[in-house]
Ligand binder design. Structure first.
Ligand SMILES: CC(C)(COP(=O)(O)OP(=O)(O)OC[C@H]1O[C@@H](n2cnc3c(N)ncnc32)[C@H](O)[C@@H]1OP(=O)(O)O)[C@@H](O)C(=O)NCCC(=O)NCCS
Length: 334
């Protein structure tokens, strides 16, 4: 009989230990956006809540922004990069098919031996990654996971497309996930609707781009109304299920940090969930735009830094986007 294989042994629970963020320095106003689309500052504010956003410059990439956010999160956690076992970058705008942004980050922050992987779950990427990080820690495959949501959406946005040009923006948010003696991340509620594949997609793929003589650069296209309807109806159900799964009610929440897709989607969810006034609601989209996988950690980091939310509070997170896919957890704030 062959020798038994040793089973992995993990920590009893996992928690977010600290956050960090990177916001590109260039502020892009609605008036600047309206130079290439037929729109107005007033329309953009009213329909999306966005007053301005940040766009990265040439020297600011998904990897450099990720590394900058990661270093802040590690410093806040009191950890060295060598303490990181796995780096996950959730992104849909890393411009290389391979190697991954996570491998670039591993090299940049001086921990080239860490396991490194990107995940592609669009605006749900951070919430997907958080569940995966928790499973790695509890499953024994990692001690500390560096989870980063990072996007340079401006590189894949058609500035002449008035259904997307005003929404998308750039930035990176990072968290360090590590072992915990008490539960601090609930079981994930996740899923999708692959039949709505076309609701948010690329205008063409790289192979067609080449076959078509490099004519139309692939950019993100979106059926805004379809996504809006799905987000409001489905995410209400998902958030309720997430609260039930975590064993808490809205009365137990200190914060609601949904993906920053559109302020009106957030408003609709707040109303449908009947959140008490005491729950702090993320509104980072107003000055940050929709940064896809980066939006939840960026919002969390800003809310913690401003004192709007506090360590030890409960936050309901929900990410949703292209796929269509979604994921939600209740977490204890770091
Ligand atoms: C994109 C979005 C802001 C558009 O808002 P909306 O209220 O749905 O707007 P509609 O598409 O219904 O268009 C309403 C009107 O505004 C016009 N319009 C559309 N885009 C416009 C723009 N940028 N500026 C001015 N007018 C615009 C339309 O032509 C339409 O005019 P009409 O009533 O005369 O036909 C909204 O659908 C949305 O946020 N969707 C979800 C997006 C999202 O979350 N994406 C990321 C996925 S995670």
């Amino acid at each position: 009989m062959s020798a038994p294989i040793k089973a992995p042994e993990g920590a009893p629970f996992a928690r977010i230990l600290a956050t960090g963020s990177y916001r590109p320095s260039r502020v892009v106003t609605n008036d600047e956006i309206c130079q290439t689309i037929d729109s107005s500052d007033e329309w953009i504010r009213e329909r999306s809540g966005i007053t301005e956003r940040r766009w990265a410059g040439d020297d600011e990439t998904v990897a450099t922004m990720s590394a900058a956010a990661a270093e802040k999160a590690l410093a806040a956690a009191g950890l060295a990069s060598q303490d990181v076992d796995v780096i996950i970058v959730a992104t849909c705008t890393h411009p290389y098919q391979t190697p991954s942004a996570a491998s670039e980050v591993a090299s940049m922050i001086g921990v080239p031996t860490a396991a490194a992987v990107d995940i592609s779950a669009a605006c749900a990427g951070f919430a997907y990654g958080l569940s995966m990080a928790q499973d790695m820690i509890r499953g024994g495959s990692a001690g500390h996971v560096l989870l980063i949501g990072a996007e340079k959406l401006s590189a894949f946005t058609d500035i002449y497309d008035r259904s997307t040009a005003f929404i998308f923006a750039d930035g990176a948010g990072a968290v360090v996930v590590g072992p915990s003696s008490t539960p601090a991340i609930s079981p994930v509620v996740w899923g999708g609707d692959g039949d709505q594949l076309q609701a948010i997609n690329m205008t063409q793929n790289w192979v067609d781009f080449k076959a078509n003589g490099f004519d139309i650069f692939p950019t993100i296209s979106m059926n805004g109304q379809q996504v809006f309807r799905w987000a409001v109806s489905e995410m209400t159900r998902v958030c309720r299920e997430s609260l039930d799964t975590a064993g808490v009610t809205v009365e137990d929440l200190d914060a609601f940090i949904p993906h920053q897709a559109n302020n009106r989607i957030t408003d609709a969810l707040v109303r449908a969930l009947e959140l008490p006034d005491s729950v702090a609601v993320a509104r980072d989209i107003i000055t940050t735009g929709n940064t896809s996988a980066a939006s939840i950690p960026l919002a969390m980091d800003r809310m913690l830094a401003s004192g709007e939310i506090h360590q030890g509070g409960n936050a309901l997170l929900v990410g949703f986007g292209a796929g269509l896919v979604f994921a939600s957890e209740v977490v204890t704030l770091p």
